[in-house]
Design a protein around this ligand. Structure first.
Ligand SMILES: Cc1ncc(COP(=O)(O)O)c(C=O)c1O
Length: 446
């Protein structure tokens, strides 16, 4: 594969962009993108299994979204809703409120990204409850503003040298659905309860903020028993239960919100990524009595909830609600399930299974020893994703040995199948020793 022009751009990038800006695994410089395909500066095409980190649930330059954006562009791009009102933010907030799990009287606050939506949750929870403490979970990813960084515990690379962080954040073990029921039942609240009886006053806790499917930890759904018990604990002590949906909302897990997979009505929902229908937007939504506690300008951003982002989000929202999309989603989820199962059956010595829900899946790359014991294979994971890139598939890893499979929800069936064909070829070439150790020099990323 020729990547001459891409390499030149990467060299220029290194001179002017701070290294923290990229977790890039390969020199993919995007020149243009359409739907489920991405094209680099050298004209190479890639099937998209990343959806711009789940921020493009309808893929790149979706026709419906583009049409709406073009119309809005002719009217105005943005005028700060800090000092005026805007039809697009009102109409989009109405739509988001209309799908709040459990219904009810809810309001929305818009920001610019998932991180500031996490900050919003902390501010509103503190203001509403009059309490300061927040509970989060180990391996959670909440973002990179100071508030969100304070709750993020997925890697020390997001902490080192930047503290002190926000006080009163308490982090506890997360119990995924890979934990046996009995063990979960017995242990999942043990540490929180111990904390409540020793150093953490339950009545001083404002909120629990949890990703129903921990994204960057490797796409691990919370154990249903854990969620049920946690929710009951929140109700017992008057703690708000806030669902962090930045990566999983908008049908990534087959529903508007991932929390709906648990039948829980949360006290608040944090949104980012695909809420902006391809543009940058963040939002926090909760019962009106919570949202009415902060006066302006306690949480507003000049461009938060701007007309272009709300227009894109709304166009995507309306399309997702429709039958056509729902049919495509069901078809693609079925293909994903089938192909993931096939991978496991075809490569039992390396593919230990998959985790996640619907179109948000992680393939576990773990070598099986002669004794049957599994060892996570992070080198193998990288070799597979690098070979896939060389073959025209954009796929990355999480948590060292998990291949992140989050294609656009409306990916064409043939491209979804082809992406899995490429994965199969790459795994097979890896197992046959056909991927040289030389590629390891390119390893960056998580
Ligand atoms: C679960 C989750 N929360 C928050 C964020 C932060 O969003 P942003 O990078 O848009 O600020 C991310 C980003 O990856 C995420 O996955």
């Amino acid at each position: 594969m020729n990547t001459t022009k891409c390499n030149e751009w990467v060299a220029r990038d290194k001179k002017v962009l701070a290294p923290t800006q990229h977790l890039s695994y390969f020199p993919l410089v995007v020149e243009h993108a359409k739907d489920d395909m991405i094209y680099d500066e050298d004209g190479n095409g890639f099937i998209d299994f990343l959806s711009s980190a789940s921020s493009l649930n309808l893929g790149s330059c979706n026709d419906v979204v583009t049409k709406a954006l073009k119309e809005q562009l002719e009217k105005f791009t943005q005028y700060s809703i800090a000092y005026t009102y805007g039809r697009t933010s009102i109409e989009y907030a109405e739509r988001l409120a209309s799908v709040y799990p459990g219904g009810g009287d809810v309001k929305v606050v818009f920001g610019n990204c998932g991180s500031d939506a996490n900050d919003a949750a902390v501010k509103f929870a503190r203001a509403y409850t009059g309490r300061t403490k927040i509970i989060t979970f180990i391996n959670g990813y909440h973002g990179n503003t100071f508030g969100a960084s304070s709750m993020t515990t997925v890697t020390t690379r997001m902490r080192k040298g930047m503290g002190p962080f926000l006080p009163d954040i308490y982090c506890f073990p997360f119990f995924g659905n890979n934990v046996p029921d009995e063990e979960c039942e017995k242990n999942c609240l043990m540490e929180i309860e111990r904390a409540f009886s020793t150093y953490l006053v339950a009545e001083e806790v404002a909120a629990v903020i949890i990703e129903p499917v921990q994204g960057d930890a490797g796409l691990i759904p919370a154990h249903p028993i854990f969620m049920k018990k946690l929710y009951a604990l929140c109700k017992k002590y008057g703690i708000l239960f806030i669902s962090e949906e930045v990566q999983q909302a908008f049908f990534r897990t087959g529903k508007w919100f991932a929390i709906e997979n648990y039948g829980i009505v949360p006290d608040g929902i944090i949104m980012g990524k695909s809420v902006g229908g391809s543009l940058t937007l963040g939002a926090f939504m909760a019962r009106s009595e919570i949202m009415d506690t902060l006066p302006a300008p306690a949480h507003l951003f000049t461009l938060g909830g701007n007309a272009m982002a709300c227009t894109a989000g709304m166009a995507a929202f309306d399309y997702m609600k429709g039958e056509e999309f729902q049919g495509i989603l069901a078809r693609n989820t079925e293909i994903m399930n089938r192909r993931l199962k096939q991978l496991e059956e075809k490569f039992p010595e390396l593919v230990a299974g998959n985790q996640g829900i619907a179109m948000s899946r992680g393939i576990i790359i773990s070598k099986k020893g002669e004794d049957g014991e599994r060892t996570p294979d992070s080198d193998g994971t990288f070799k597979i994703l690098y070979r896939s890139y060389e073959k025209g598939l954009l796929v990355i890893s999480l948590a060292a040995n998990i291949l992140r499979i989050q294609p656009p929800l409306n990916i064409k069936a043939e491209n979804l199948e082809k992406g899995f064909d490429i994965l199969e070829e790459s795994i097979s070439e890896y197992l046959n020793g056909q991927i040289s150790d030389d590629v390891m020099q390119f390893r960056q990323g998580w």
